[in-house]
Ligand binder design. Sequence first.
Ligand code: ASP
Length: 294
Amino acid sequence: MYRIIATWKFALSAVTMGAKVLSSGGRALDAAEAGIRLTESDPDIDCVGLGGFLNRDGELELDAAVMDGDTLKTGAVIGIKNYEHPITVARAVMEKTMHNILVGRGAESFAREIGIESRPMLDMITPGARKLWEEKRAEKAAASGHDTIGFLALDSHGSIVSATSTSGMGMKLPGRSGDSPIIGSGFYAESGVGAASATGWGEDIMRTCMSFRMTEMIRAGADPQKAADTAVITACETMIRHGTKPREMAVICLDADGRIGAACNHKGFAYVTACEGGEPTTVDVEPIIDKDTL
Ligand code: ASP
């Protein structure tokens, strides 16, 4: 038995690839990396890898992370440039170093040292991303515009993995990290329990530690759908109680039996899922709470 759930409609090719790996008995880690690499290379996906949103200075700085639920080992890179596959560098941080996170130039020199293929940043900036950046710069627009691939996989060996990759928010300050490479916020996994991932305003998701929160609810016996709904509602209510208006947040989670959950506080969120004997399916998610009416 295997199960995959990943954030946003654009995850279809990643989930299809991941399902191919898992249906032939492959490992969740390999499925997550192989799937996300496809998303990272797709120039039409404007928020992950090649073709992603640019920062305030017109640079493409990428974040990615992975957590192996068997060992609780995790690897992440923040603000890496000149690499098309930050997920592969994140996995190498997990597997080949004693650290959890490498940032910026440190992540790049590590990737170079271990022979991961680089690609000049300028080569990965698409005309569309450059045009959008120029328009935003002319408008003096604040940072906005986002999305992340969050990819959860349970394989036939019972191993659970959570992985993410994103260019983060468009027009972000150089060096800004969102939640996606931060353990417990943008991703979490523990085999035998479950896994979770989040997408949306990283600053809000980090404040409320969404992914660890969901995994802990599953550990305490919650059905994943209940865990996802409760995480979004509690995060929004907690922020309101402390005088901060929540912005877009969406979450997915998975338990050790392959049951899934998803929730959001805004319209437009969808996920893609696949399991044994079925085709990958895209599912639109109705908001459980509306951030605009809070
Ligand atoms: N959470 C990501 C970030 O803040 C973006 C997103 O998933 O929408 O960088």
